[in-house]
Design a protein around this ligand. Structure first.
Ligand SMILES: C[S@@+](CC[C@H](N)C(=O)[O-])C[C@H]1O[C@@H](n2cnc3c(N)ncnc32)[C@H](O)[C@@H]1O
Length: 224
């Protein structure tokens, strides 16, 4: 397979069977109905279209040239980004083989789809990142102690071993966001009160300093 791309990161993933280019034949929002989701260990939950659109508006209004979804699913967030700007180079990372295959048809045409564990991947920086990271309790993660130490070194913070997967994603997203880049990340509100979140909240307030937090009212169940 020959894939032309001007981003150096891509060569890192240039292995047979780990990179695909999406054809955009189907609509990912429609495809969500046939997406066989596994929620407990993969956190596979589709973002509703209105929320995806809101997030995409925020990211795309900064006119990024490259946009990453590190937990791509079948590509609905990237689909919303593409509707706002056809020219941005889109990249999706997904660790579940079956979902990644489904994304090949459903993600926008030309999207680079990488089959990898995002936390262990090294794809370089992006000026746009859009994500609904997987909610997976630490007890269900099978990272070794060596992996956790690697995350601590890489993210520059000590980590409670009870940290949920979505919080690890947030830390890596911050590392992968280019200077002056823009990210929209959908997180559960428990994050603001979780014990494991202390170090991460500190990082959020001191280093990341997000320009805005939009909090959905608890009475609104987004994922019905
Ligand atoms: C909450 S879903 C979001 C899917 C899609 N982006 C959306 O917003 O509708 C999270 C996705 O992350 C994938 N995932 C879980 N762990 C991952 C990991 N370590 N690296 C990359 N993808 C992962 C899951 O398989 C799932 O497709």
């Amino acid at each position: 397979m020959i894939v032309r791309v001007n981003q150096t990161f891509f060569s890192l993933y240039y292995e047979p069977n780990a990179v695909e280019v999406a054809t955009g034949e189907t609509d990912p929002h429609a495809g969500a109905e046939t997406w066989k989701r596994e929620t407990k260990s993969l956190g596979q939950v589709a973002t509703p279209q209105p929320v995806a659109e809101l997030m995409a508006r925020w990211v795309m209004s900064a006119k990024p040239t490259t946009v990453l979804d590190p937990a791509a699913g079948i590509g609905s967030l990237l689909h919303e980004c593409c509707r706002l700007n056809h020219d941005a180079q889109l990249v999706g990372v997904e660790c579940d083989d079956e979902t990644w295959r489904q994304a090949k048809c459903a993600a926008p045409r030309g999207t680079k789809l990488i089959l990898a564990d995002y936390l262990l991947s090294n794809g370089g920086q992006f000026d746009g990142i859009i994500a609904n990271p997987p909610y997976v309790k630490a007890q269900r993660l099978d990272y070794s102690e060596g992996n956790w130490r690697y995350f601590e070194e890489r993210f520059g913070t000590s980590l409670d071993r009870l940290t949920n997967l979505y919080a690890l994603f947030l830390l890596k997203i911050w590392e992968d966001l280019a200077p002056h880049g823009r990210a929209a990340v959908l997180l559960p509100a428990e994050f603001l009160n979780a014990n494991f979140g202390e170090e991460i909240k500190e990082r959020l307030l001191i280093a990341m300093r997000p320009p805005g937090l939009a909090i959905f009212t608890p009475t609104l169940n987004l994922f019905t």
